[in-house]
Design a protein around this ligand. Structure first.
Ligand code: 5GP
Ligand code: ZN
Length: 115
Protein backbone atom coordinates (compact mmCIF):
# COMPACT_ATOMS: atom_id res chain seq x y z
CA UNK A 1 0.00 0.00 0.00
CA UNK A 2 1.30 3.40 -1.00
CA UNK A 3 -0.47 6.31 0.70
CA UNK A 4 0.15 8.52 -2.32
CA UNK A 5 -1.21 6.01 -4.84
CA UNK A 6 -4.77 6.51 -6.13
CA UNK A 7 -5.41 2.82 -6.84
CA UNK A 8 -4.03 1.75 -3.43
CA UNK A 9 -6.42 4.25 -1.85
CA UNK A 10 -9.38 2.92 -3.88
CA UNK A 11 -8.47 -0.68 -2.89
CA UNK A 12 -8.24 0.39 0.76
CA UNK A 13 -11.69 2.00 0.50
CA UNK A 14 -10.39 5.54 1.18
CA UNK A 15 -11.50 6.72 -2.30
CA UNK A 16 -14.75 5.46 -3.90
CA UNK A 17 -14.55 3.12 -6.88
CA UNK A 18 -17.25 1.40 -8.94
CA UNK A 19 -16.16 -2.23 -8.26
CA UNK A 20 -17.37 -5.12 -10.43
CA UNK A 21 -15.24 -7.85 -8.94
CA UNK A 22 -12.88 -8.42 -6.04
CA UNK A 23 -10.75 -11.43 -5.17
CA UNK A 24 -7.66 -12.06 -3.09
CA UNK A 25 -5.33 -10.93 -5.90
CA UNK A 26 -7.09 -8.09 -7.73
CA UNK A 27 -10.07 -5.75 -7.97
CA UNK A 28 -11.97 -4.68 -11.10
CA UNK A 29 -13.48 -1.20 -11.33
CA UNK A 30 -15.05 0.91 -14.03
CA UNK A 31 -12.76 3.57 -15.48
CA UNK A 32 -13.84 7.07 -14.42
CA UNK A 33 -13.23 8.36 -17.97
CA UNK A 34 -14.37 5.48 -20.20
CA UNK A 35 -12.94 5.24 -23.72
CA UNK A 36 -15.48 2.62 -24.82
CA UNK A 37 -19.02 1.59 -23.78
CA UNK A 38 -17.35 -0.85 -21.39
CA UNK A 39 -13.98 0.22 -19.96
CA UNK A 40 -12.78 -1.48 -16.82
CA UNK A 41 -9.48 -1.64 -14.97
CA UNK A 42 -8.12 -4.87 -13.49
CA UNK A 43 -5.89 -3.76 -10.62
CA UNK A 44 -3.67 -6.03 -8.50
CA UNK A 45 -4.00 -5.44 -4.76
CA UNK A 46 -0.22 -5.39 -4.45
CA UNK A 47 1.34 -2.03 -5.34
CA UNK A 48 3.69 -2.32 -8.29
CA UNK A 49 4.49 0.79 -10.29
CA UNK A 50 4.32 -0.77 -13.74
CA UNK A 51 5.01 -3.90 -15.77
CA UNK A 52 8.69 -2.91 -15.58
CA UNK A 53 8.70 -3.89 -11.89
CA UNK A 54 7.22 -7.36 -12.47
CA UNK A 55 9.58 -10.27 -11.88
CA UNK A 56 9.31 -14.00 -12.52
CA UNK A 57 7.58 -14.26 -9.12
CA UNK A 58 4.71 -12.20 -10.56
CA UNK A 59 3.99 -14.47 -13.52
CA UNK A 60 0.96 -16.08 -11.86
CA UNK A 61 -0.36 -12.65 -10.87
CA UNK A 62 -0.01 -11.32 -14.43
CA UNK A 63 -1.79 -14.38 -15.80
CA UNK A 64 -4.55 -13.91 -13.25
CA UNK A 65 -5.11 -10.30 -14.36
CA UNK A 66 -5.53 -11.42 -17.97
CA UNK A 67 -7.88 -14.25 -17.10
CA UNK A 68 -10.03 -11.99 -14.90
CA UNK A 69 -10.08 -9.42 -17.72
CA UNK A 70 -11.33 -12.07 -20.15
CA UNK A 71 -14.01 -13.17 -17.70
CA UNK A 72 -15.21 -9.59 -17.20
CA UNK A 73 -15.35 -9.05 -20.99
CA UNK A 74 -17.41 -12.21 -21.19
CA UNK A 75 -19.71 -11.02 -18.36
CA UNK A 76 -20.09 -7.64 -20.08
CA UNK A 77 -21.14 -9.47 -23.27
CA UNK A 78 -18.12 -8.70 -25.47
CA UNK A 79 -16.44 -12.09 -25.73
CA UNK A 80 -17.95 -12.73 -29.18
CA UNK A 81 -17.58 -9.29 -30.79
CA UNK A 82 -14.12 -8.73 -29.38
CA UNK A 83 -12.49 -6.54 -26.80
CA UNK A 84 -9.09 -5.07 -26.15
CA UNK A 85 -6.74 -5.58 -23.18
CA UNK A 86 -4.04 -2.95 -22.69
CA UNK A 87 -1.27 -2.27 -20.19
CA UNK A 88 0.28 1.17 -20.64
CA UNK A 89 3.84 1.12 -19.32
CA UNK A 90 5.54 4.46 -18.73
CA UNK A 91 4.41 8.02 -19.40
CA UNK A 92 5.51 7.73 -23.03
CA UNK A 93 2.96 4.96 -23.53
CA UNK A 94 0.19 6.90 -21.80
CA UNK A 95 0.49 5.53 -18.26
CA UNK A 96 -0.93 8.13 -15.87
CA UNK A 97 -1.54 6.08 -12.70
CA UNK A 98 1.66 4.39 -11.56
CA UNK A 99 0.09 1.27 -10.06
CA UNK A 100 0.07 -1.59 -12.57
CA UNK A 101 -3.35 -2.17 -14.15
CA UNK A 102 -4.91 -3.85 -17.15
CA UNK A 103 -7.47 -1.94 -19.22
CA UNK A 104 -10.30 -3.97 -20.77
CA UNK A 105 -12.32 -2.11 -23.42
CA UNK A 106 -15.30 -3.39 -25.36
CA UNK A 107 -18.53 -2.41 -27.04
CA UNK A 108 -17.25 -0.57 -30.08
CA UNK A 109 -15.04 -1.32 -33.10
CA UNK A 110 -11.32 -0.91 -32.30
CA UNK A 111 -8.86 0.39 -34.88
CA UNK A 112 -5.27 -0.68 -35.28
CA UNK A 113 -2.64 0.58 -34.67
CA UNK A 114 -3.76 2.25 -31.42
CA UNK A 115 -2.93 5.94 -31.04
P1 5GP B 1 -3.28 4.76 -17.45
O1 5GP B 1 -3.34 6.08 -18.15
O2 5GP B 1 -2.33 4.83 -16.27
O3 5GP B 1 -3.00 3.58 -18.35
O4 5GP B 1 -4.74 4.48 -16.90
C1 5GP B 1 -5.23 5.11 -15.76
C2 5GP B 1 -6.72 5.10 -15.88
O5 5GP B 1 -7.27 5.42 -14.62
C3 5GP B 1 -7.28 6.14 -16.88
O6 5GP B 1 -8.00 5.47 -17.89
C4 5GP B 1 -8.14 7.03 -16.01
O7 5GP B 1 -9.33 7.43 -16.66
C5 5GP B 1 -8.43 6.16 -14.80
N1 5GP B 1 -8.68 6.89 -13.58
C6 5GP B 1 -8.04 8.01 -13.13
N2 5GP B 1 -8.52 8.39 -11.94
C7 5GP B 1 -9.49 7.48 -11.62
C8 5GP B 1 -10.36 7.35 -10.50
O8 5GP B 1 -10.34 8.12 -9.54
N3 5GP B 1 -11.23 6.30 -10.52
C9 5GP B 1 -11.29 5.41 -11.57
N4 5GP B 1 -12.19 4.42 -11.51
N5 5GP B 1 -10.47 5.51 -12.65
C10 5GP B 1 -9.59 6.53 -12.67
ZN1 ZN C 1 -0.71 1.55 -5.54
Amino acid sequence: MSESCLFCRIIAGDVPGDMLHQDEVCVVLRDINPQAPSHVLVVPREHMESLNEASHRDEALLGHLLRVGARIANDEGYAEDGYRTIINTGAGAGQSVFHLHLHVLGGRPMSWPPG
